[in-house]
Design a protein around this ligand. Structure first.
Ligand SMILES: C[S@@+](CC[C@H](N)C(=O)[O-])C[C@H]1O[C@@H](n2cnc3c(N)ncnc32)[C@H](O)[C@@H]1O
Length: 336
């Protein structure tokens, strides 16, 4: 898609929010009602993320994002987007999520093609409502593992099953990955890797670890444990880590939900045994996807400031940064 095509000009309204009969069916509404009433805020972030992908469909093709997100989160984000457009905001709600998703997609594809042959594994830690196993063709030779809390994975499976049953023959929903295995585990516990292995994950096989929108929800201790577990167990075979990190001031945006941060993940990861660290910020050449043209938008202003700067020189507001980081788990590997 060209950069021109990616843009929704400011004077054009966002496409109307239209729900299919399926989304509005009693069974789907009932399932999502239990998400709204019974899930905690951390688990509900999975649906908010899916809503972002569903509403940025002009850049992200995710055929199941809408059903996984549910009406509540779609409406809520849509309202924010409409307001941003009315106010001619330089950053429209959800843009950061769209760029982040596209960055992970592109780095995942590059990492898989950097492995010379053989089977690859892709582990989505804190997989939430991520539908990469259904939407990315680059996964056709990969065994995908989705790790998340049991009730979240159960709900995802139920919603996808319902979507498959309702789809007509022209819009069949299929897994594009070679295989998809859901692993119910809490990654704060010591046994998550063991559970993954019991589900068919093989330490000696080329692996891409996808940690998208997960580390900052963990405590410092647990996030470090997760990263150490990956580093310690994956040094023998080609391994790529893809992860996003908040800096300290970003976690202050919601202290009840964000915990772990790193201002210098490019220093932290080598100390754990990772190598070949590549760090990007939203708006960088490999992280804008035609969505960051305005040089005065927040992200472009931020990335032009030295990373040690904590507050904006113009107005003294804190610099909230999101770092997109790729690293290799094996000393000799180079990532494209
Ligand atoms: C913001 S969502 C991101 C989901 C997914 N990575 C994506 O990009 O669509 C965060 C996810 O992490 C999961 N999560 C948070 N803490 C977890 C833990 N301790 N163990 C397993 N999953 C966890 C939540 O249930 C939620 O699905």
């Amino acid at each position: 898609m060209s950069e021109q095509e990616n843009q929704l000009p400011g004077d054009l309204a966002w496409p109307e929010l239209n729900f299919s009969d399926f989304i509005l069916s009693d069974s789907v509404k009932e399932l999502h009602m239990s998400v709204d009433n019974e899930w905690d805020p951390l688990q509900r972030t999975a649906c908010q993320t899916a809503a972002g992908r569903a509403l940025w469909k002009h850049v992200i093709h995710d055929p199941v994002a809408e059903v996984l997100a549910g009406e509540t989160y779609l409406r809520s984000l849509y309202e924010k987007i409409r307001k941003d457009q009315l106010n001619n905001a330089r950053e429209v709600s959800g843009v950061i999520l769209a760029v982040r998703t596209l960055w992970f997609d592109s780095k995942l594809e590059a990492a898989l093609s950097s492995f010379d042959g053989g089977e690859a594994q892709v582990v989505l830690l804190g997989a939430g409502m991520d539908a990469r196993a259904y939407r990315l063709n680059c996964l056709k030779g990969s065994n995908v593992f989705e790790v998340d809390f049991p009730k979240l994975l159960q709900m995802k499976a139920t919603l996808l099953q319902a979507a498959m049953e309702s789809a007509n023959e022209h819009q069949q929903l299929t897994v594009t990955a070679k295989s998809l295995t859901r692993v119910a585990a809490d990654i704060r516990d010591d046994d998550w890797l063991e559970k993954l292995q019991r589900s068919g994950f093989v330490l000696e096989r080329n692996t891409v670890w996808v940690l998208e929108g997960i580390l900052y929800y963990l405590s410092h201790h647990h996030a470090m444990q997760v990263l150490k577990t990956i580093a310690d167990n994956c040094a023998l075979t080609p391994t790529v880590l893809l992860a996003d990190f908040m800096n300290k001031s970003s976690t202050a945006l919601s202290q009840s939900i964000f915990h772990f941060y790193s201002d210098w993940p490019d220093h932290l990861l080598p100390s754990l045994g990772f190598s070949d660290i590549k760090l990007s910020q939203i708006g960088d050449p490999d992280a804008h996807f035609g969505l960051m043209h305005d040089p005065l938008n927040l992200f472009n202003k931020l990335r032009n400031l030295p990373r040690s700067v904590q507050t904006h020189p113009d107005d003294g507001t804190p610099c909230h940064r999101l770092y997109l980081v790729q690293a290799s788990g094996t000393p000799k590997q180079t990532i494209p």
